[in-house]
Design a protein around this ligand. Structure first.
Ligand code: SF4
Length: 116
């Protein structure tokens, strides 16, 4: 038999469920993609916005420049050069983090030898 007490009890339970559900879904974000899936690729090879101060300092200490002063010695033909990945236009270096130019250069330049 339905009584007024049962009705109030059921109504409160349903309200609790609805509030709980709203709370759970409110923690699911604002409908945008999570930050981890956003494109973090640099807009240019000079963009160091995502690079730590320590890595910027390392890059500076190694004397990295975006345009090699020695025409035949450049990142693009250095052993430590890591070519750009798919949909990327900047390479990287094994010695420090961040984008580098294929035409760049640093004091640690190590020429590729034949067969490498
Ligand atoms: S070691 Fe220097 S020259 Fe070689 S890829 Fe790295 S930054 Fe370029």
């Amino acid at each position: 038999m339905n009584t007024r007490r049962h009705f109030i009890k059921n109504a409160m339970s349903l309200g609790g469920l609805l509030l709980g559900g709203a709370f759970i879904f409110s923690g699911c974000g604002d409908g945008q993609k999570p930050a981890a899936t956003k494109d973090k690729k640099p807009t240019s090879c000079s963009d160091l916005s995502g690079i730590s101060a320590e890595e910027k300092d390392k890059r500076k200490k190694l004397g990295y420049v975006e345009k090699s002063p020695i025409p035949d010695s450049k990142c693009g033909n250095c052993k430590l050069y890591l070519p750009p990945g798919k949909d990327e236009h900047c390479g990287s270096c094994s010695l420090f983090k961040g984008p580098i130019e294929v035409e760049g250069y640093c004091t640690y330049y190590a020429p590729l030898t034949e067969g490498e």
